[in-house]
Design a protein around this ligand. Structure first.
Ligand code: ZN
Ligand code: ZN
Length: 311
């Protein structure tokens, strides 16, 4: 009997050990690789300084200098638990399953509840509320179950880790890029949303994948308006998307209008906000007349809905 007890205990211990090993990261690399840098080409302007008491002074995060308008990306996959303003400063919080990352000042393009993948755009760096004024910088926070911790410990030690010289020459502020705030894009048609941005089973192919835009249930022939001023970069037929118009709005933001029946603009033309760019159709992989609007930020599709406002 005793032998049996010992054997069972050992078996349970081995099982627990096996589960522990299975839970470790497969890469075996150090924990610093757990997060990706949230902005490109940034340099650390101020490091983390742990507060001496829960409400004491300190710097509860990492300031990464980057040009205004830079695309701010999720450091890891997770769920957006906050996207909005705190005391007038735009902020985003992503929950990674117990651990959270916070980003500010950011003009969010995601909304609370959205699932984001590693590297997915969360918004753009805003100059309002910078910890590095007059420069723009992203304040990245890391919150563990027991409180604030140093984000740098989770980031890979790449060239971006250059401490900003405190007594060096004053930095030249970069040309501010235009920031697309929430509600800055015009609704391209007056029609209800029939399918939202996010994972779904494709109505034609049956494949579960990202629906990379917003569908509007407008009838064929409805004029499609440019969501913002810009320059038409391409007009033509694209597999799946059918007849498509793509407009560049500056600051790495682009919009595309898909499944069109006809075009009203040509490549290279400047367009004004609200200008008709084509007519709703059902070209490409489509089950009926509708407009598929995509918004691209830094080349990646983001949810158009939080950015749209009714005309
Ligand atoms: Zn800061
Ligand atoms: Zn669609």
């Amino acid at each position: 009997m005793l032998h049996g007890e010992v054997t069972r205990t050992r078996a349970l211990l081995l099982l627990a050990l096996a589960l522990t090993v299975a839970a470790l990261p497969a890469s075996g690399s150090a924990a610093y690789a757990a997060w990706d840098w949230p902005v490109d080409g940034g340099e650390v302007a101020a490091g983390y300084l742990p507060p001496t008491s829960p409400y004491g002074p300190g710097h509860r995060g990492l300031d990464v200098a980057a040009p205004t308008g830079s695309v701010v990306r999720a450091v890891a996959a997770g769920t957006v638990t906050f996207a909005g303003r705190v005391a007038g400063v735009g902020a985003v919080t992503v929950d990674h399953g117990g651990r959270r990352s916070t980003y500010q000042p950011v003009v969010a393009v995601v909304r609370s509840g959205a699932e984001v993948s590693r590297g997915e755009p969360l918004g753009r760096l805003s100059p309002v509320g910078s910890h590095c004024g007059p420069r723009a910088c992203l304040h990245l926070g890391r919150i563990e179950a027991d409180g604030y911790a140093d984000p740098l410990a989770l980031l890979s030690p790449q060239a971006q880790v250059r401490l900003f010289p405190p007594h060096g020459p004053a930095p030249v502020p970069p040309e501010p890029e235009r920031v697309v705030p929430s509600g800055d894009l015009l609704m391209p048609v007056d029609a209800p949303v029939t399918s939202r941005f996010g994972m779904r089973v494709h109505p034609v192919t049956g494949v579960h994948k990202l629906h990379d835009g917003t569908d509007f249930g407008a009838s064929c022939g409805t004029p499609v308006r440019a969501a913002d001023a810009g320059t038409v970069s391409s007009v033509g037929s694209v597999p799946g998307y059918g007849n498509r118009v793509r407009i560049e709005h500056g600051g790495a933001t682009a919009t595309t209008y898909n499944h069109l029946a006809s075009f009203a603009v040509g490549a290279g033309e400047p367009v004004a906000q609200g200008q008709t760019v084509g007519a709703v159709g059902s070209t490409g992989l489509s089950t009926g007349c509708h407009l598929h609007l995509s918004v691209l930020l830094g080349g990646q599709p983001v949810d158009p809905e939080p950015l749209l406002t009714a005309p």
